[in-house]
Ligand binder design. Structure first.
Ligand code: ADP
Ligand code: MG
Length: 682
């Protein structure tokens, strides 16, 4: 017997070359392989008579070979083999390309099982390259439900199938983490069966049962993990804040806070006076004014003799927060410092000293704040801005920096209420459901290439009125180098051929922090008319004079991401627009983008995203900040999800300390899961 942690090279037929291909799918161990679930299944169990085959609908049929297969050599590299088969209902011509060797084994007069798709029209029908087997052979390509796996270059579905089959033969699937009572109550398959059936189902009903189990397991483990985290924090005590006077802060503000901002601040203030560490999420649409809520919390921390750290997902955003908070809080006698990865070693050292000796009271930074070299004198409050970029483990890592600091996370990705509990099970939630007064909604349009001329005219019009414009190019396969190209090439095209008279700037993720800052500052100062960018501008950047957001190949973005991008405009007094450019005609994709044109309510958009793509994709998306769920690619049933969440919370008290094998396995799994979610930072 092999172990789950053994490398896949213990399998026959998996050498260094195959191992490399599997590595491209993040498969290194037998466990990774067994947890590499099929993307879809082909139901090859249905038999149809030849006379009943329908064009375009794949099916199995039994038929006798009516002649000896004949191969004609058409040209170099192209052989065509033809053979006729028949059953009681009719005859059918089969055509194979370059399969001389296998197809010539079809014996005249013998019966085979075929699986293929009928093509043709009233002029005549045929079938191209069906799979076939002898009726007495084990079912491999016919007479079964065939799993189709996510693949990579050079790796065929057949080789994944073979490897998985072997792995399941030489080692046991992952341990059971669900208590037997739960299995029974919800009629859920045991782990042992589910992991086998998901790879080797006998029917589509089997597939449903196995999926249900694995989805349940995955969400159960995740929300149990959050519940444990929450429980461990609830047991801790910290000195309650005594000073909670925010009136100097309110007086320093250039505007009155919205009702929603005031509510959130008083919820935070109450948390801080409680004597247990705060763990609160502030969820508010783009532009709802989360920064001010964060600032108020920081003021409270400093008033009570503690340091506050504000982490942003990008340097640009950290720099922008630093600038605005410095301006606002320095007059109140609060010392604000900035620490980012791209500062020189000397600068960093200096800032770190001031953090360590307590001189710096509010520290703004990127995840550089997380590195061990940064020590705080007395870190009392940690604020994570745009939380969706920070996984659970980042929260945990920062928490470890102080002695149980208060934690405030801010997210502009509205999560449908149905999912919020699951994602933020360890947090209390404040919602900013009100925008500052005077904001006009951003008009959004979906156009295709035929509008290019008119779009260019529109861009020119905005610029001639003294406004600025963003042009965002899509993320290509999350590959930074390709992203860079797309934006760079496009910027050049605009500069050389479309708008030679306008000032065009370029911003992308591979620039150094200082370069990015320069470009952004320049743009904000009005020194460029058009900023061509990759999604680095997605979060937070504030340029009130920008009134137009053009998103190229908009179909490549998720709805929530489009909504984020749109939030970059409409921040000033002038009417703003967002133009989604896409030539994609897929009905679902178009519906997705049209949903965005109809509403500017982030929560509605999130609900729509959920309805259109299902929670699987919602969780699977890079933006969710969740660990990547293995079953995310499988279609998910909301019902299972809710039960898994509720059940885990119900069970957590017992499972937290229980010594049953499932409870031990569960705790181990939670540890692994949260360690793995480290990867979500970017
Ligand atoms: P987000 O929630 O997207 O982080 P910000 O905190 O960046 O929003 O705020 C967006 C803009 O609105 C900023 O320019 C900020 O100064 C301004 N703002 C915040 N609160 C108010 C308010 N109550 N009234 C007017 N403007 C506000
Ligand atoms: Mg913000």
């Amino acid at each position: 017997m092999a172990r789950l942690s053994d490398p896949i090279t213990v399998l026959k037929g998996v050498g260094p070359t195959k191992a490399k291909q599997f590595a491209a799918l993040n498969i290194y161990t037998l466990e990774d392989l067994i947890c590499h679930f099929p993307r879809v299944y082909e139901d090859r169990t249905h038999f149809v008579a030849i006379g009943d085959l329908q064009v375009g609908e794949p099916a199995c049929f039994r038929a006798v070979v009516m002649n000896t297969p004949r191969t004609s050599h058409i040209r170099k590299g192209l052989d065509i083999t033809r053979v006729q088969v028949a059953d009681h209902s009719g005859r059918l011509n089969l055509v194979f390309f370059n399969q001389k060797f296998t197809t010539e084994q079809l014996q005249y007069g013998s019966e085979y099982v075929f699986y293929g798709t009928l093509s043709g029209d009233y002029m005549g029908y045929n079938m191209t390259s069906p799979s076939f087997e002898r009726p007495d052979s084990p079912p491999i390509t016919t007479r079964r439900v065939l799993p189709i796996y996510p693949l990579t270059a050079g790796l065929s579905n057949a080789s994944v199938l073979k490897a998985v089959r072997q792995a399941l033969a030489i080692c046991d699937p992952p341990e059971e983490v669900l208590p037997p009572q739960i299995l029974e109550k919800y009629n859920i398959l045991p782990a042992e069966q589910a992991y086998r059936i998901i790879h080797e189902p006998r029917s589509m009903e089997d597939v449903q049962q196995a999926r249900k189990r694995l989805i349940f397991e995955e969400f159960f483990v995740f929300s149990a993990g959050l519940a444990l985290l929450r429980a461990s924090r609830k047991g801790k005590t910290v000195p309650p804040y005594q000073k909670t006077d925010l009136s100097p802060f309110y007086k320093a503000l250039p505007f009155t806070l919205t009702g929603a901002q005031q509510r959130a601040i008083s919820e935070i203030s109450r948390d801080l006076q409680k004597g247990t560490p705060m763990n609160r999420l502030v969820q508010g649409d783009v532009g709802s004014g989360k920064t001010m809520v964060a600032a108020a919390a920081a003021v409270l921390a400093v008033q009570n003799g503690q340091q506050a750290a504000l982490m942003a997902p990008t340097e640009i955003l950290a720099e922008q927060h630093f600038a605005s908070l410095q301006k606002l809080l320095a007059p109140l006698g609060i010392s604000v410092a900035l620490l980012t990865g791209s500062m020189t070693a000397k600068e960093k050292k200096q800032i770190r000293e001031s953090i360590q000796n307590g001189e710096a009271q509010l520290i703004v930074g990127t995840h550089a704040l997380l590195t061990d070299a940064t020590c705080f004198e007395h870190l009392g409050l940690v604020i994570a801005d745009e939380q969706h970029r920070f996984g659970v483990s980042q929260r945990a890592a920062l928490t470890a920096k102080g002695t149980d600091p208060h934690v405030l996370v801010m997210s502009a990705t509205p999560i449908p209420r149905t999912l919020a509990l699951l994602m933020y099970g360890d947090l209390d939630v404040s919602i900013l459901d009100e925008l500052p007064p005077g904001r006009e909604p951003v008009d959004t349009f979906l156009v295709n290439e035929s509008y290019r001329q008119r779009l260019n005219v529109f861009i020119r019009k905005q610029v001639s009125e003294g406004h600025q414009c963003f042009v965002v190019c899509p993320a290509v396969e999350e590959n930074e180098e390709l992203n860079l190209k797309a934006a760079e090439v496009w910027a050049q095209t605009l500069e050389k051929t479309v708008f030679p008279d306008l000032r065009i700037a370029l911003l992308h993720g591979q620039m150094k922090g200082s370069q990015k800052e320069q470009v952004m500052t320049d743009f904000a100062a009005g020194n460029a008319d058009i900023l061509v960018a990759t999604t680095v501008i997605e979060v937070g950047v504030d340029v009130p004079n920008a009134t137009l957001m053009v998103i190229e190949d908009a179909d490549r973005f998720g709805l929530s991401q489009l909504h984020q991008l749109r939030g970059r405009v409409g921040r000033g007094k002038a009417k703003s627009y967002c133009i989604l450019v896409s030539s994609n005609k897929n009905g679902e994709t178009v519906a997705r983008m049209k949903a965005l044109c109809k509403t500017t309510d982030g929560f509605k958009i999130a609900e729509e995203d959920l309805a259109l793509r299902g929670p699987g994709d919602f969780f699977g998306s890079r933006q969710s900040g969740l660990p990547v769920f293995r079953v995310a690619g499988l279609s998910t049933d909301m019902g299972i999800l809710k039960i898994a969440q509720a059940t885990s919370v119900e069970w957590i008290e017992t499972l937290g300390t229980s010594q049953t094998p499932e409870a031990k396995a569960l705790r181990k799994r939670i540890g692994q899961l949260f360690a793995r979610s480290e990867g979500t930072i970017n």
